[in-house]
Design a protein around this ligand. Sequence first.
Ligand code: T4K
Length: 395
Amino acid sequence: MPLKTIRNKADLAINGAPPAFDQPLHVGRPNIGDRDAFLQRINQILDNQWLTNNGPMVQEFEQRIAEHLGVRHCVAMCNGTIALEIAIRALGLEGEVIVPSWTFVATAHALYWQGITPVFADIDPATHNLDPDAVRRMITPRTTGIIGVHLWGRAAPIDELQAIADEHGLKLMFDAAHAFGSTYKGQTIGRFGACEVLSFHATKAFNTFEGGAVVTNDDALAEAMRLMRNFGFQGYDNVVHPGTNGKMIEVCAAMGLTNLDNYEDVVTCNKRVHASYVDAMAVVAGVSVLAYDPDEQNSHHYVVMEIDSACTGMRDQIIIALQAENVLARKYFWPGAHKMQPYRDLFPHAELMLPNTKRIAESVIVLPTGITLPGEAIQTISDIVRTVVSTESKA
Ligand code: T4K
């Protein structure tokens, strides 16, 4: 519940007024389903005395996720980053792989960690996803693959990327960390490319505390990844593959099964929150909230506000003002992976090829959402942004 009304700049916490909220409003507050159902599953795990390593909860979880997404295989893992690493290795990627810089840094790190060079391609500023023409420009004789990212759960240009991959003999996979339940041309994300990687981190629309999965329709790939996530063991004593420890634990699967049961309620709430932000920000000159295609499914988990080019310099001022009010808005994914280490030192001139990434990185604010966000907060957040923008415009 907001503690004050904001009419002019004297009402702002950055100017000495008390903050609008006594508790911080987070981007990424976890959605937690039916507590009793979860605790019942935990008791079941304790009774089973099977805590990890392909236990019954994980098996049920994998089956339900595969059914939910309409794919043959869901290989559950301990987090999305390990799932990316295992998928990359199982696909045999090496040399250079093309990725967007405008993503969470894990997309690039999952390659670099395995001695593969991430090559950053620019995005389409309208979609925040890879621009196929920019991808073409980054192909070299060392390129072996492309990782598309469905940023904010909005599908990457899948058909165009597949055409480029086919034309150049490259492997294509997707980082679908944001895209659980999203669709592309009416088909659920999970079936595209060689495989798609999900994250079920606490801050995602659908969470398992920590967790991730690779989903695919490729039987051989799924089998290889199942071996890889458990050190390569096939039964006791028999190691048939190089592997690591990527296993999901039973408690995480229990959380996932519980959250899956109320996932549609989360999406309904997210849509309401997103629509309220769109309405509330419509009256603020110079900002807009990124839209979701009404013909596609999307969890509406991220409320991404863009500051238009005339007001770009105000982005950090707005963030500072929001944070002073206890609204912990974020600049995801500023400054872009190419500006983070080790890529900043390795590719000091990468930005020359990334003009859209640079512009978007300077203009984005991600706002708090989630089922616990008080409805009245959104109008107050809009009032804060409107007051900062009008004050800064006059300055
Ligand atoms: N690819 C993409 C495109 C991704 O976005 C991600 C992860 C990955 C791959 C890798 O998947 P994972 O390996 O993570 O499964 C977060 C998350 O750690 C990360 O999962 C996520 N993307 C990224 C977008 O955001 P941080 O460092 O900003 O998160 P953190 O832990 O600071 O949480 C954000 C806010 O959420 C906090 O300020 C408070 C709130 N929060 C957080 C947690 C963990 C809570 O209220 N409760 C909590 O339990 O990176």
